[in-house]
Each structure stands twice: as C-alpha cells, then as structure tokens.
Design a protein around this ligand. Structure first.
Ligand SMILES: NC(=O)c1ccc[n+]([C@@H]2O[C@H](COP(=O)([O-])OP(=O)(O)OC[C@H]3O[C@@H](n4cnc5c(N)ncnc54)[C@H](O)[C@@H]3O)[C@@H](O)[C@H]2O)c1
Length: 630
C-alpha cells in the first residue's frame, strides 16, 4: 500500500447520488404550500454554487433560510442518503476500508449528515471535513459555523492549505470547488466524477474524467471491486434494437452506441475496433474478416433466433461467445401460424378482398373448421412444439416429424418420415431451422405427396421451399391455400420492392417476415440477450451460448474467478493447474467444458494470490483469452 497518496472525495453528488441540502428541503418543506417553487430555488442556488458561478457562502446562507429545517429532520435525511450512496462507491467499500488512512472527505455540506454515512464505509471520522450547523433554542437549523473555512468561497483550497498533506493529492468530485483545488496547485490530479451529474464547465477543465469510482481506481492501479470498469465496455447495437436493451446496458454502466440500420462488411470492419459487445439482428453479417478487425470483442448478441449471419466457428476460435434469443418470439410465430390456419381454412383473404371491391359473395363452399383436422408440423423445435399444444387445444389432431428424437407433447403423434407426414395431414406447416441441408426441403415431389387441397404454411426460412413448385401446386389446386412469411430473397429495406410469383395467387397470405415481429417479442428479446451477455461478463456463465461450451456456474462468493479459454488440444488443463500449483494458489472450485474446438476452464481461487499468476495464465500454450473476475 503506498503511503504517499491522499484521496480527497467530495460528498454531495459524488459519495452520494444527490445534493443533501436538496434532499433536506424535500423533507423540511414537505407540507409547505410553496414547496416546489422553494425546492427549485434551492436547487438553482446549489447548481450555481457548484458550477462556480456564484458566491458559495452567500448561497449557503440563502439555502439555509429557504430550507426552514429543524434538527429533527436530520435522522430522516440520513436514512435517505444512506439509500443514495453512489453505486460505484458502494461496490468499492473494500478500497475505502483498506485505504482509510489516506482518504479524506472534504465537503461544503454538513458533518451532521456526512459523518454517519461515510463512516459506515470505513472513512475515519477525523478525516471528514465539512461545515457544522448552528441550531437555535427550538432546534431550528439557522446557520453555520462561520469560522469554518469550508463555508467560504475557495473554502476547500483554504482547508487543503491548512492540512498540508505530505504526499500526492488526488481529488475526486463533481463540482467546480473540487477542480479549484487542483487549479490552486494543491492537488496533483483532479478527476471530474460524472456518475451522478455532469457539470459541463467542470468536465471541460478536468484533465481526467471518472465516470465511476472504478475508473478512478483502474487508472490509478488501485484495488477495485470489479475486474474491469464497466464504462470501458463499449456496446455497438445495430439494426434498431429495442430501447430496452440500450437501457439495460446503460444501467450496467456500459457505453452504448446505436445505429439504426445494418452495416456492410466494410463498414463493420471499420466500426468493430474497440467494441466489446456487438448486438445485431438478421441483416448484419459477422464474418471472419470482421472478427479479424475486432480487438476487444467478447460477445456477439443476435437479437433474433437465427445465427446463420454469424460465423460461429470464427467467433469460437477468437474466444468470442455468441448468444441469441431462442424462445423470445416463439409465441408470436405460433399465434400467426394459428391465425393463418383458420383464415386459410375459411378463405377469408379472398372474401375480404372481394368485399373491399364491393362484392358480396356469401357461401360456405371451401370453408372448413379446423377442429378435427390433421395438422402436420415439420420441425418439432421450440415453435413446432408450442404450436402443437395450442393447435390441440383448438381440437386439431397433431402429427409431427423431426430429424431428431423429441418429447411428444400432449397427444401429438410422431411420424417416422417426412413423407409419412405429408401423406397423412390436411395442413402442412414448416418450422425447421435454416441449416443449408434444408434448402428446397419441400419441392415438387413433396407437394405431389401431399393430400389434394392441402393448406401449406412456411414461417421458418425462405430457402426451405422451392417457390416455383409451390406456385405450380397452388395453380393446379393441389394446395388450396398458403401462408408464406419467409422468402428465398427478401428485400433488404422497406423501401426496396418485393417481387414473387406468389403475388396475386388466390387464397395466399403473404407477410413480410413478421412471424416473430410483435412488441412483446421485441421486448422479450431485448431483455433476454443483454441479460445472458451480462451474466457471462459478470460470472463467466455460458449457459445458452450458441457456440461456446455451455457451463452454468455457481455464484462467485469470496473468491476470484479465473476464466480461461483455449484451443481444445490435450494437456492445457494440466498446464493451467501446473501454473496454479507453482504459484501456490488455493483452488476452491474448478469447472471444465470443451467442444470440438475450444476448452473453457473456470477456476475459483482464494482471494489471496500473487499477480504473477495472471501473467503465467496468459502464457499457457494455446490460450485464446484469459480474464479474471474479482
Ligand atoms: N417468421 C419469423 O419471423 C420467424 C421467427 C422466429 C423463428 N423463425 C424460424 O422458425 C424456425 C423454427 O424456429 P425454432 O425456434 O422452433 O427452432 P428450433 O431450432 O427450436 O427447431 C427447429 C427444429 O427443426 C428440426 N429440423 C431441422 N431440420 C429438419 C428437417 N429437415 N426435418 C425435420 N425436422 C428438422 C430440428 O431438429 C429442430 O427440432 C427457424 O427456421 C427460425 O429461423 C421464423
């Protein structure tokens, strides 16, 4: 521990998220008829004083007069402030305790409420410098000790001169009076603390910005609660990802940039540098070339189901985890499929079109209930299985075919081949994934195998159906109605035209790939993906990752977690354990999972360890990535 550094921390809007006198006003003026005007006035004076635009002592006098506060208000104020200690201060309690001798709270606020708060974080009472209230006989807070330099303009400077700290002085604060300490030559460094409030004129003058205490500690190589300041994690979100995702990442302290459209490979190669988390939807291609330009990328979030647009192996080899949202829009697709099955069974679309043209064509011909009809689901995955349950609830007889063994839900019946299913059912609906082998899974031969007058739906992937064969089958009457949501070629944007031979055919519902496009689904996705990614960053948990070995880890308790990603070749685990043994590290738990390309080893170790371990771990042959969680 270096003894020659002193850390001066401001209280209002730095140690706590708020200005204490504003909070006191909210309490003391609770029932005052002009409460909101008075509070605005107090806030204005505070801001003006903090920005260095008005006399501090005058402002303090004015604020106290407006506050009409009593000493009985203080306990309530203290408990409010206790709840509003800044997040990064709260999580770095260990640093405050460990460096208590070197930390000073210097504030133009009042000791009466500052001391009880900061001492809970290990700050020494004798290191708290602040004003004190003058109280009248009735207990009203009527003034302050005028002999205290902190009630005066440039009070912090005067105090620092008196203290004459024998070493380097680092100041962390949000206000102009904090900056003035450095300006007066009494501090070596001033960090504008912007976690709670950003004062433009202070930030403009500051040579260092600390968006959190973590950043301050990181820059000064001091011990901190998290392995990496979260504001150093930069997130790039493309393709209009739902604002909820932006909000979640910002709340976590990450830096977020959003771009409304997709980027070309060229543009993404340019943009990806320094990005830690990339969020995309279906249009952005994450190629090997893009990854070669990424120097900090940890995760790719696919804010959709499909991940064909991402080179998963290239990500794996670079130690980049990919997460998607496999179930978030399942229900939406199922509801659309069900709706279309009913609409097509009743020929609603054509009837409705005629009505719009003023034609009344009342007839039951070609209209059927869906009850007791045989529904054939090809691909009994998340969507297929969910559809199976809801279709049965409507009285349909469900058949399914899947290339892998699946749990049969309800009374659904399994078919042993695609052909068996096609021959058996009245309605065929595709819910297979987009693997290349599924190209033209349904072509002329398959349509020929279906019952005459079959209803056909594809809400999976466009290339799965031979469109020409579908068109012919509709024209010949083999297919009596079709619902198509996905196409082999889809327009890149809403302003590009859509062209298909399916256009204009009878009883055909065409939708622009909107099966999963509902508000609920977008919100589900926007919650699901960031939560998986933040869990991975904070705990190493890869559960649900599309490309990484899936490890669900216990919570990290009183330990450090070493996260090692390496090429899956024999002997790496032995080398890791050799490094740990050589450094006399006490292993509390170890978890390993591999896939054909990478190995993922998590080692929880004792809090006490030599920094050399980190260097040695990075040197283990075949290491792809290494990080440590505190
Ligand atoms: N229209 C939309 O807006 C929309 C929205 C979401 C998902 N989707 C698409 O829906 C499809 C299904 O999604 P999911 O979440 O249910 O996927 P999933 O991976 O859970 O299920 C796919 C299932 O298909 C099976 N399968 C693959 N090839 C097959 C084949 N040739 N024959 C039979 N079974 C086969 C797989 O074994 C798996 O069980 C995907 O293609 C997805 O891209 C479309």
């Amino acid at each position: 521990m270096s003894k020659d550094k002193y850390f001066i921390i401001d209280f209002d809007s730095t140690f706590t998220q708020v200005e204490a006198l504003d909070e006191l006003g909210a309490i003391s003026l609770q029932n005052h008829p002009e409460r909101s005007q008075l509070l605005d006035q107090i806030k204005e004076i505070t801001d003006s004083a903090m920005a260095g635009q008005s006399s501090f002592s005058k402002g303090l006098t004015e604020r106290l007069a407006l506050l009409q506060a009593h000493q009985n208000h203080l306990p309530q104020l203290i408990s409010r402030l206790r709840e509003k200690v800044s997040e990064s201060i709260r999580r770095n309690r260990d640093f405050l305790h460990q460096y208590a001798d070197q930390i000073y709270i210097i504030s133009s606020g009042f000791k009466e409420f500052i001391t009880p708060i900061v001492t809970e974080y290990g700050i020494k009472e004798e290191n708290v410098y602040a004003n004190t209230f003058k109280v009248d006989a009735q207990g009203n807070l009527v003034g302050f000790d005028e002999a205290n330099p902190l009630c005066l303009d440039k009070g912090k400077i005067r105090l620092l001169e008196q203290l004459a700290l024998p070493g380097d002085v680092y100041v962390l604060g949000d206000g102009y009076t904090d900056y003035e300490i450095k300006e007066a030559g009494l501090a070596n460094k001033f960090y504008a603390f912007t976690e709670n409030v950003v004062r433009d004129n202070v930030v403009a003058k500051a040579e260092h910005i600390a968006p959190t205490l973590d950043e301050f500690l990181y820059q000064n190589k001091l011990p901190m609660a998290i392995s990496y300041p979260k504001n150093r994690i930069s997130v790039l979100l493309l393709e209009n990802i739902h604002p909820q995702a932006v909000e979640l990442y910002r709340r976590e302290g990450y830096q977020v940039e959003t771009i409304s459209g997709a980027l070309s490979e060229e543009e993404l190669c340019e943009k990806i540098k320094n990005v830690s988390i990339l969020g995309i939807r279906s249009k952005t291609q994450v190629t090997r070339r893009v990854l070669e330009h990424a120097n900090r990328l940890m995760c790719v979030g696919a804010f959709c189901i499909g991940t064909n647009q991402i080179d998963l192996n290239a990500c794996l080899e670079a130690g980049i985890t990919v997460f998607n949202a496999p179930y978030s829009n399942t229900r939406s697709v199922v509801e659309l499929a069900l709706g279309e099955i009913i609409m097509l069974s009743r020929n609603v679309l054509d009837k409705s079109n005629k009505m719009h043209q003023g034609k009344w064509d009342k007839s039951a011909k070609g209209s059927f209930e869906v009850r007791d009809k045989k529904l054939g689901i090809v691909g009994y995955g998340n969507i297929g299985a969910q559809l199976s349950v809801l279709a049965e609830a409507m009285g349909m007889e469900v058949y399914y075919y899947d290339v892998v063994e699946k749990l049969q839900l309800g009374n659904a019946r399994k078919c042993h081949s695609l052909r068996e299913l096609l021959e058996k059912v009245d309605i065929v609906t595709l819910h297979v994934d987009g693997r290349p082998e599924n190209k033209n899974l349904i072509g002329a031969e398959e349509f020929a195998a279906m019952k005459d007058g079959v209803i056909f739906l594809n809400l999976s992937r466009g290339h799965v159906v031979d469109i020409e064969a579908l068109v012919q089958s509709i024209k010949s009457g083999k297919v009596s109605g079709a619902g198509v949501d996905v196409f082999p070629e889809e327009p890149a944007t809403n302003s590009d035209p859509f062209e298909s031979e399916l256009c204009g055919l009878p009883n055909v519902i065409l939708t622009p790939h909107v099966g999963g496009s509902t508000s609920e689904a977008q919100e589900n996705i926007a919650n699901f993906v960031p939560n998986r990614i933040m869990d991975y960053i904070n705990s190493g948990n890869t559960y649900g990752s599309v490309n990484f070995p899936n490890l669900q880890l216990p919570e990290l308790k009183n330990a450090h977690r070493l996260i090692h990603i390496h090429a899956n070749v024999p002997g790496v685990l032995a080398s890791i354990n050799q490094v740990l043994a050589q450094n006399q590290v006490n292993i509390l738990g170890q978890y390993l999972k591999t896939n054909e390309r990478v190995g993922y080893v998590i080692t929880d170790i004792d809090k006490a360890y030599d920094k050399q371990v980190v260097n040695d771990m990075k040197q283990v042959p075949h290491t792809i990535k290494f990080r440590i969680l505190y």
